[in-house]
Design a protein around this ligand. Structure first.
Ligand code: 1GP
Length: 253
C-alpha cells in the first residue's frame, strides 16, 4: 500500500514554499467555545495558516469537541489537534499531530498514548501527521505532565540529535517546545542547530509573545511559529486581532 500525504499536510507543504507559517494554538481549558470561534475568525483575517487545538490538562471530551466545532463554524482554517494524550482526540477536527514526546522518561508519552488513540484516529477519519515533539527547558506544564527530561537551553546539539533521530524514525515534522507560557522562547542558537541537520519542517513554540521573538525564531530557521498565550490573554477580540496581526506580519516579513 502506498502512503500518500493527506490534505492538511500537503496544504502545509504548499504554503511553506512561500515562506514561514503562523499557527495559533487554542487550549480548550483556557478559552470558551464562543471565544475560540471569534479568535479563529480574526486569525483567518490576520493571515494565520492553521489553528491547533489541545492542552495538557482538561482539553478533552465535550469541552474539546465544542471548541473544535466552534472554530470550524467560524473559519475555514484547518484545525489540527495537538493532544496531551489519547484523550485529546476529537472527530470534528481535520487532522491530528500524531506526536511522540521523544525526550519523555515515561513510555506512555512516547508510544503508549499513541497506541491507545490510533484506532480512534482511524475511526474518525482524522489525518495523522507524525511529529517528533521535544521539550526544551523550562518545559512548563507539558514538561511536568509529560515527564520530560527537558533539553537544557544551552545544549543545542542535544536538541539536534533528538530532532534528527525523529526524522530518521519517519516523523515528518519536528516541534521544539519551550512550554506554553514559558518566560523565554527556545533559544535561536538551538533552532539554528536543529534546522541545520533536519530536512523536515521545523515548528517552534512556547513563550513567543512579541514580534521580536517571532522574528528571531524565523530568522534562526523556524518554518512554523506557534503562538497561544499571547492571543488567549487578549481581553477582547479586538485586542486579539491586533496581537495576531503584529505576530503574523513579524513571521512573514
Ligand atoms: C504551547 O508552543 C505552544 O504548546 C504555544 O506556547 O502559549 O507560550 O504561546 P505559548
Amino acid at each position: 500500500m502506498r502512503l500518500e500525504l493527506g490534505k492538511v499536510e500537503t496544504h502545509i507543504h504548499e504554503k511553506l514554499k512561500n515562506g514561514p507559517l503562523h499557527f495559533v494554538l487554542l487550549d480548550p481549558d483556557d478559552v470558551s467555545p464562543g471565544m475560540a470561534g471569534k479568535i479563529a475568525a480574526v486569525s483567518e483575517k490576520a493571515g494565520v495558516d492553521a489553528v491547533m487545538v489541545g492542552g495538557s490538562t482538561g482539553a478533552e471530551g465535550e469541552v474539546l469537541d465544542a471548541v473544535v466545532r466552534s472554530i470550524k463554524e467560524s473559519s475555514s482554517l484547518p484545525v489540527i489537534l495537538f493532544p496531551g494524550s489519547h484523550g485529546g482526540i476529537s472527530g470534528y477536527a481535520d487532522a491530528i499531530f500524531f506526536m511522540s514526546l521523544l525526550n519523555s522518561r515515561n513510555p506512555f508519552f512516547i508510544t503508549g498514548a499513541q497506541a491507545l488513540g490510533a484506532i480512534q484516529v482511524k475511526r474518525y477519519g482524522l489525518e495523522p501527521i507524525p511529529m517528533a515533539y521535544l521539550i526544551i527547558e523550562p518545559g512548563e506544564t507539558v514538561g511536568w505532565v509529560g515527564d520530560a527530561r527537558a533539553i537544557p537551553r544551552h545544549k543545542p546539539k542535544i536538541a539536534a540529535a533528538y530532532a534528527l533521530a525523529g526524522q530518521y524514525l519517519g516523523m515528518r515534522l519536528v516541534y521544539l517546545e519551550a512550554g506554553s507560557g514559558a518566560p523565554e522562547p527556545v533559544p535561536p542558537q538551538m533552532i539554528a542547530a536543529v534546522k541545520s541537520v533536519i530536512d523536515v519542517p521545523l515548528i517552534v513554540g512556547g513563550g513567543i509573545r512579541t514580534a521580536g521573538a517571532a522574528e528571531a525564531a524565523v530568522r534562526a530557521g523556524a518554518d512554523i511559529v506557534v503562538t497561544g498565550t499571547a492571543v488567549e490573554r487578549a481581553r477582547s477580540v479586538e485586542e486579539a486581532r491586533k496581537k495576531l496581526e503584529e505576530l503574523n506580519s513579524a513571521i512573514k516579513s
